[in-house]
Design a binder for this molecule. Structure first.
Ligand code: DQA
Length: 146
């Protein structure tokens, strides 16, 4: 079956490639979207991507996913650690969600060790760079395929 995936990117991820390359590498957000879209295509799934630096816009993108997407692949960046609103919005969609992070959040500052959005996700994949996204996509599509 053809699944529709919403790929959602949080604040500062528009700067990937030049932002703290020692932590996040030189992969750009365009590279992420291209790679996830190609990997999804191999499994007959489609990807819609939205990046925003604004919490409310991300909440609204999640609302818009109701009825238009089958699953969520999210890197909500810093909001993962802080946003009750995004956690509630993921729950409200009723859609399966996989959370990914480029860096290993558990190997970094203590405030990154908890993700509020991870608790409403099927699982969290953290620390594998671009690989976190492809692993996360595989997990999400496997779940959707049942
Ligand atoms: C991140 C990890 C977050 O802690 C951080 O705020 C980010 C990126 C990651 O992909 O490694 O902006 O989500």
């Amino acid at each position: 079956m053809s699944h529709r995936i919403l790929l959602l990117s949080g604040p500062n991820l528009n700067l990937l490639g030049t932002r703290e390359p020692d932590v996040y590498g030189t992969t750009t957000l365009d590279d992420v979207v291209r790679t996830v879209t190609a990997a999804a295509g191999q499994r007959d799934a489609t990807v819609t991507h939205l990046q925003s630096n604004h919490e409310g816009e991300l909440v609204e993108a999640l609302h818009a996913a109701i009825g238009s997407a089958d699953g969520l692949l999210v890197n909500l960046a810093a909001y993962s650690h802080t946003s009750v609103a995004l956690r509630d919005a993921i729950r409200a969609t009723g859609l399966p969600c996989v959370e990914v992070h480029l860096s290993n959040v558990h190997a970094r500052e203590e405030f990154r060790h908890t993700t509020l959005t991870g608790g409403v996700s099927l699982g969290v994949i953290t620390g594998f760079g671009l690989g976190s996204y492809t692993l996360g996509l595989t997990a999400l599509l496997d779940h959707l395929d049942g």
